[in-house]
Design a protein around this ligand. Structure first.
Ligand code: PMP
Length: 436
């Protein structure tokens, strides 16, 4: 056991010597020392059920993944200017999951790098530089990624959309600009409005970039039919379509391996991040042969770490584990169970206004009777859940959407535990959580 004063020392050092815009979770931050499957253990040996970590995709410290990395690290790690079978094996494994149109891969080190490269590719392929993206979208921490991330530039410390970024309203059918069942056409028209604004300036569209479920927007599911029309409009204007699968990819959706497949469309570029390395920094960009051809304009693409044998061994094992342990199927079954139990809970506790998402990528939106966001209650719930040993997170413009995006080994029993705990806390009612 360690006393909290050891944490105070860590905090003190961080405050003085680590970046001032880094943040910590929880008022009294936790210090985690071990991970296993869907669980984390803090310095005092307390066990937490993790519903937050969508990076530890196949489970924290998965034995086969750790072993694959350790074994390759003991043999050789080099850059991609030498031949190595691991990069080919990973490419084959990844291509098996993608539509045949997406036949060329580049390996990078983070979701931000993947989107950065995707933007460069879109610009090279179209000769244009204007990007269309969703309100409250987040695509990474680099210059170009921040420039297309409304979640950042429209928030604290931001200064609005740059000249070449065009933002359409969050396609939220619950509390957004257009509400109800058939909002696809109305939101797609907003994409068309962006295209029209770009052409009025005498320019063309480079790309539309979107997540299939907009995570930072508050787990916003795209209305059915929206993506198909938005892709048609973007392509008609000469642009390419990028699906940011950094959070939604690799089986998390349950029904499908990739988020875009929920919408029966095929993007021109797919960016893959977080889950691919189960915590090790590897990410990827998949694109069509045509885009890859246009991007290879003579300038070498070199990436010191991207696609190295260790990262590739790890990512290959992650993909094989998803399939061997049937984790996509588990995401579907447990996700459906969670949604149906949450719907039952919503009947008793009207503060639960909306339940959405697919597989193990869900959102619970807390609102009052007039659909006003209940941010304070959301924060309260998250803190109380932590006291009960369950880690949760929130997001959305008003921070009133509880997110569920655990390692895919999250079981039916874990789901039952989560529901029982939520129910207990909602029933406590200190903050009028059961608002009617
Ligand atoms: N795209 C999306 C949708 C993300 O959620 C994130 C990270 N939260 C990124 C890109 C950036 O990935 P990374 O932090 O690995 O650079």
């Amino acid at each position: 056991k360690e006393s909290n004063s050891t944490n105070d020392k860590l905090i003190e050092f961080r405050t003085e010597h680590l970046g001032k815009s880094l943040s910590l979770q929880y008022k009294i931050p936790l210090k985690m020392v071990r991970g296993s499957g869907q669980y984390l253990m803090d310095q005092n040996g307390k066990k937490y059920l993790d519903t937050v970590n969508n990076v530890a995709h196949v489970g924290h410290e998965h034995y086969a993944v750790v072993k694959a990395g350790q074994e390759q690290m003991a043999l050789i790690n080099t850059n991609t200017r030498y031949l190595h079978k691991n990069i080919n094996t990973l490419a084959k494994e990844l291509l098996k999951t993608l539509p045949k149109e997406l036949s060329v891969l580049h390996f990078v080190n983070s979701g931000s790098e993947a989107n950065e490269l995707a933007l460069r590719m879109a610009k090279a392929a179209t000769g244009q530089r204007d990007i269309i993206a969703s309100e409250y979208g987040y695509h990474g921490n680099t210059n170009a990624c921040i420039d297309i991330s409304s979640y950042k530039f429209d928030g604290k410390g931001g200064s609005g959309a740059p000249e070449h970024t065009h933002i359409f309203p969050l396609p939220d059918s619950f509390r957004g600009t257009y509400k109800g069942k058939n909002t696809a056409t109305a939101y797609a028209q907003e994409v068309q409005n962006c295209i029209d604004r770009i052409s009025k300036k005498g320019r063309g569209v480079a790309a539309l970039i979107l997540e299939p479920i907009i995570s930072c927007g508050g787990q916003i599911e795209l209305p059915q039919g929206f993506l198909e029309i938005a892709y048609q409009k973007t392509r008609a204007a000469g642009g390419v379509c990028i699906s940011d699968e950094v959070q939604t990819g690799c089986g998390r959706m349950g029904k499908t391996f990739w988020g875009f497949q929920l919408h029966q469309v095929c993007p021109d570029i797919v960016t893959i991040g977080k889950p691919l390395g189960n915590g090790h920094p590897i990410a990827a960009v998949a694109c069509t042969a045509e885009i890859a051809e246009k991007f290879a304009n003579g300038m070498e693409y070199f990436n010191t770490f991207g696609g190295n044998p260790v990262s590739c061994a790890i990512a290959t094992e992650v993909l094989q584990t998803v399939s061997r342990e049937k984790l996509q199927e588990n995401a579907f079954t447990v996700g459906e169970f969670l949604k149906s139990e949450l719907r039952k809970l919503a009947l008793r506790f009207p503060i639960i206004g909306d339940i959405r998402g697919e597989g193990l990528f869900l959102g619970i939106e807390l609102v009052d009777a007039k659909l006003r966001p209940l941010s304070e209650q959301t924060a309260y719930l998250i803190n109380r859940m932590k006291d009960h040993g369950i880690l949760m997170s929130s997001d959305g413009p008003d921070n009133n959407v509880l997110k569920i995006k655990p390692p895919l080994v999250f079981s039916q029993q874990n789901a039952e535990e989560l529901i029982a705990c939520l129910e207990d806390i909602l029933a406590e009612d200190p903050l009028k959580l059961s608002f009617k």
